[in-house]
Design a protein around this ligand. Structure first.
Ligand SMILES: Cc1ncc(COP(=O)(O)O)c(C=O)c1O
Length: 414
């Protein structure tokens, strides 16, 4: 069969919806400055779907550093992979500052988070080793695990009994192969907002020999007394052997890093294929990241403001009877009962009639019959934004309860 013909017939699970979804539900264009209020199809909307946790995306000092970095260095410098010709003092300075910030001896910059995680996993294990990972892990962890030539065991999300069982299986295998065990979890799970049970995982190190790799994309900058992440929040930062975060969220940029012991980071520098065979991060991104990190360190009020909004939003929703699950982080899911057509109509109603733009998640990410509205509060939101949103949610939830959405026409995406 011709591959292009096959693709024409099977668009994939998301692509099969593109004919009505594109430009509205998928690939929407949010225009204007990155702020809580942006423009969607010519109208102002209050946005709750950007992971700009600390409000740095449009911070004047960040904008200035980004512009000056681009003016001074251009986007090309340095050319080549770090190992060949793409290293610089500023790359190394950023690595050293990040290592200090997350309380680890050494750090390595990565061009992208997704690629970085896949490639770290690939470099850390061979066919004799076993990976044990949380069942609700992000796609980059799943895809890294898929590259693994040895055994992998999944444990039920945050369930320490299940983890222990899988560790026992892994130990039996590695006793035979002579390999090691890598446990992987997220610091904060980006859909549910649950923190990974890092304390529980670290406690199991007393009984089992393994190394712990944590993807803290949503916890870096938002969790812990200094913003060093979910390990700091739970008092177990030392128990995390490899700490990862992306710059795509609190840092409002592109890039990522992994931090850990000197010898392991040194090993990764010489063995991570996504970094060895790719151009290094452009200088303006490095300069911009140094500024962002300085703000994380010196302006704790950014995190305080974020949490003021988080608490108001989460307690306000709970008071009005909304089910926001088990979140213990800024990520705020709102669970409603309804079908996929209800979900598209709710999205439309929220955007068109209430001026609220948030992400909607349906089956298979959540069970059939459940609709999840996902809100990402940021330091840039105000308490009146929170109030407006909760009021809109009450109206929408009441309509859903009365079955009014299913009776209306499906929404156009023109
Ligand atoms: C948990 C987690 N890990 C990794 C990534 C990927 O990071 P990046 O956007 O830098 O590729 C994301 C999303 O951005 C994420 O949510």
């Amino acid at each position: 069969m011709d591959l292009f013909e096959k693709i024409a017939a099977n668009r994939g699970p998301l692509g099969s919806h593109s004919h009505y979804a594109h430009g509205y539900f998928t690939f929407p264009k949010l225009e204007g400055e990155i702020e809580p209020r942006m423009i969607f199809r010519g109208k102002e909307v209050l946005t709750w779907s950007l992971n700009n946790y600390l409000g740095l995306a449009n911070h004047p000092e960040v904008r200035k550093a980004d512009a000056e970095g681009a003016a001074q260095y251009g986007m090309a410098l340095p050319m080549g992979a770090r190992m060949m010709s793409g290293n610089s003092n500023l790359h190394e300075q950023l690595e050293s500052e990040l290592a200090d910030f997350v309380q680890k001896p050494e750090c390595m910059l990565l061009n992208f988070g997704y690629q970085g995680v896949v490639s770290i996993i690939d470099a850390m294990v061979n066919r004799h080793d076993v990976i044990v990972y949380d069942g609700e892990s992000h796609a980059c962890i799943i895809d890294g695990v898929r590259l693994h030539a040895g055994k992998r065991f999944v444990y039920t999300h945050n369930d320490m009994e299940s983890l222990e069982k899988q560790l026992q299986r892994a130990k039996r295998l590695t006793d035979e192969t002579g390999g090691g065990i890598l446990v992987i979890t997220e610091g904060v799970f980006g859909m549910s907002g649950n923190q990974g049970n890092l304390r529980g995982v670290v406690a199991l190190k007393e009984k089992y020999e393994f190394r712990l790799f944590v993807d803290d994309a949503h916890g870096f900058g938002t969790m812990g007394a200094t913003g060093a992440g979910t390990g700091e929040e739970q008092g177990v930062q030392d128990g995390i052997d490899l700490y990862f975060s992306t710059f795509a969220k609190s840092m409002a940029s592109i890039g990522a890093f992994v931090a850990g012991p000197e010898s392991v980071i040194e090993y990764l520098r010489y063995n991570m294929r996504s970094q060895i065979f790719a151009k290094s991060l452009p200088m303006p991104l490095v300069v911009g990241a140094i500024k962002r990190l300085e703000l994380l360190r010196t302006q704790p009020e950014l995190k305080d403001n974020l949490w003021t909004v988080v608490r108001a939003l989460q307690s306000g929703l709970r008071e009005k009877g909304f089910n926001i699950g088990t979140t213990t982080s800024p990520v705020t899911p709102v669970f409603l009962n309804g079908q996929i057509p209800d979900a598209t109509q709710i999205t439309f109603d929220l955007r068109e009639n209430h001026g609220i733009f948030c992400s909607i998640v349906v089956y298979p990410v959540v069970p059939k019959g459940v609709i999840m509205l996902r809100l990402i509060p940021t330091a840039a939101h105000s308490l009146s934004d929170v109030e407006q949103t909760i009021k809109a949610f009450e109206v929408v939830a009441e309509k859903l309860d009365k079955g009014l959405y299913s009776k209306t026409e499906a929404v156009p995406a023109s």
